[in-house]
Design a protein around this ligand. Structure first.
Ligand SMILES: C[S@@+](CC[C@H](N)C(=O)[O-])C[C@H]1O[C@@H](n2cnc3c(N)ncnc32)[C@H](O)[C@@H]1O
Length: 220
């Protein structure tokens, strides 16, 4: 199960690794692109349009061996506890969550007047952060988007781990990485020398936790 699968590129990778894969997303436009991509390469992938929190009702409880999600996923969701409950409901006993996402430490930062500043909350907050960007991470220099408001939430690393534990997950792996597969702090990041497609701080990259990987198993 690939939650918040967007245009299905990672879904396709999971299929190529041998999985029987279902991708789920809220956006019909993203799913149309994901279906086109799968059709073009002859991949048999099921795509489902749904809010992530409705997934257990739409697709079945305890239905999946693996839930994979991340790379810009939980920042769109208000409650990490509700998300963890959803993941646990989707997994069969012994099933596994594989989750790599933006680190909440990186989420606090923004480039302001040529400096990196601590701007946004680290811990979860009730009211969303509202952005009306005309550019996206796909091309920060292309300002052709209409600037519609988007709502985002932070979730601290301890809040994420606590939520998973509270819903019966056993932690197998918790890693913090200095890089992400986009350029969140323009002007301050360079390609990672060892990981193609990943970017990290140019100067002393060990100062920043940019992303994390969590692997957790649903207890029997
Ligand atoms: C940045 S993309 C994730 C990209 C994905 N990791 C990839 O590699 O292509 C975030 C996705 O989350 C979806 N999304 C946001 N809120 C959602 C929700 N409540 N339920 C389901 N999908 C949601 C968006 O439609 C979008 O496709």
């Amino acid at each position: 199960m690939h939650l918040q699968c967007h245009i299905g590129t990672d879904t396709l990778s999971l299929h190529r690794l041998g999985g029987r894969v279902t991708g789920l997303d809220l956006s019909p436009a993203s799913l149309a692109e994901a279906r086109r991509l799968a059709r073009d390469v002859g991949a048999d992938i099921t795509y489902v349009e749904s809010d992530v929190h409705a997934a257990p009702d739409v697709l079945g409880r305890a239905a999946f061996d693996v839930v994979y999600t991340g790379i810009g996923a939980v920042c769109w969701l208000p409650s990490i506890d509700r998300w963890a409950a959803t993941v646990a409901a989707l997994l069969r006993p012994g099933g596994r969550l594989v989750f790599r996402d933006c680190h909440p430490m990186l989420g606090t930062l923004e480039v302001v007047d040529g400096r990196i500043e601590l701007v946004y909350p680290y811990a979860e907050h009730l009211e969303p952060l509202v952005f009306s960007d005309t550019a996206s991470y796909v091309d920060p220099d292309d300002h052709s988007l209409p600037g519609l408001p988007s709502h985002e939430w932070s979730h601290g690393l301890a809040e994420i781990l606590t939520a998973l534990l509270a819903h019966g997950m056993t932690l197998e792996t918790v890693l913090e990485h200095d890089s992400v597969p986009w350029v969140p702090l323009p002007g301050f990041m360079s390609p990672h020398p060892d990981h193609p497609g990943e970017h990290r701080l140019t100067d002393r990259p060990e100062r920043l936790a940019a992303s994390f990987t969590i692997v957790a198993t649903l207890s029997h």
